[in-house]
Design a protein around this ligand. Structure first.
Ligand SMILES: NC(=O)c1ccc[n+]([C@@H]2O[C@H](COP(=O)([O-])OP(=O)(O)OC[C@H]3O[C@@H](n4cnc5c(N)ncnc54)[C@H](OP(=O)(O)O)[C@@H]3O)[C@@H](O)[C@H]2O)c1
Length: 263
């Protein structure tokens, strides 16, 4: 399938590792101009080189902490200055920590809200006027199955991801007539550094080994395996494409069958 997005420009936030990196690589291979961000400069530059070697695209790495409004503003301004337009926005970020529900302080809650909700609000607020002026845009929010089915020991994610779905659904209705789509992806358990650290922390809390905890998580997945970042990237690339032109306001899980609800 020709995705019809060669020559467009994308920002993939939090893209030095894991799911964000796989999406940036996939889009670059489709000929999309690529801007990626993360906090750690060495890791971000290494990823930019890797994506450039695997595609014919020059990747622009911009150091940005998604918890800081001014750094999000600079990320968007630098991208617009460099390319003149922004067609695709993937709002990805790090994830909140797992832990017992009553153990989190106000500060933990505030940090998770800024990282996982306010970063998406700020990115969309900066990018939508640009997309409106172009009459074309694709926004894909990276969320979690936690928004559809609460996960054990993940109250921050279970609560805040649902708010991102509310944001995406609201925006999707307001910008649909401008030919901008807004969709959300809910990954289940995907093999990345984050999954490893979440499983290690849960295992510690439950006095189990990492291997046993991972086997327990996998046993709950109907497909009996975790997903790969590339599998999530394939969905994100499709939703970012010309081919997904009539899909908006959708919240799609990619979880090997983990979510048991009907919708
Ligand atoms: N893996 C899963 O099973 C899974 C399932 C559901 C949802 N998710 C969600 O999907 C998102 C990506 O997950 P992942 O597994 O790919 O994570 P990951 O492997 O830990 O990668 C996280 C990326 O985010 C960047 N990052 C973290 N905090 C940042 C900040 N404040 N500002 C800018 N960049 C930041 C990291 O780079 P720096 O550290 O250099 O900043 C890195 O590039 C997370 O929100 C996660 O909760 C993951």
């Amino acid at each position: 399938m020709n995705l019809g997005i060669a020559g467009k420009t994308a920002i993939v936030s939090a893209a030095s590792r894991g799911i964000g990196k796989a999406i940036a690589l996939g889009l670059a291979k489709e000929g999309v101009n690529m801007v990626i961000c993360a906090r750690n400069e060495a890791g971000l530059r290494k990823t930019a080189h890797e994506i450039e070697s695997a595609s014919s695209i020059k990747v622009v790495p911009i150091i940005a902490d998604l918890t800081k409004a001014s750094e999000i503003k600079s990320l968007i301004e630098e991208t617009a200055d460099r390319f003149g337009w922004i067609d695709i926005l993937i709002t990805n970020a790090g994830g909140p920590p797992p832990g017992p529900s009553l153990s989190f302080t106000d500060q933990d809650w505030e940090h998770a809200m800024v990282l996982n909700l306010l970063s998406a609000v700020r990115l969309c607020r900066e990018v939508i006027p640009i997309m409106r002026s172009q009459g074309w845009g694709r926004i894909v929010n990276m969320v979690s199955v936690a928004a559809k089915q609460p996960l054990q020991d993940m109250i921050l994610s279970n609560s805040i991801r649902a708010a991102v779905i509310g944001l995406a659904k609201t925006l999707s209705q307001e910008v649909a007539a401008d030919n901008i789509t807004v969709n959300s992806i809910c990954p289940g358990w995907i093999l990345t550094d984050r999954l490893e650290s979440v499983v290690r922390k849960q295992a510690e809390g439950q006095h189990k080994t990492y291997e046993i905890k991972l086997a327990e998580l996998t046993a709950d997945i109907p497909m009996k395996r975790c997903g790969t970042p590339e599998e999530v990237a394939n969905l994100a690339m499709f939703l970012s494409s010309e081919r997904a032109s009539y899909i908006t306001g959708a919240t799609i899980q990619i979880d090997g069958g983990l979510v048991k609800g009907l919708l």
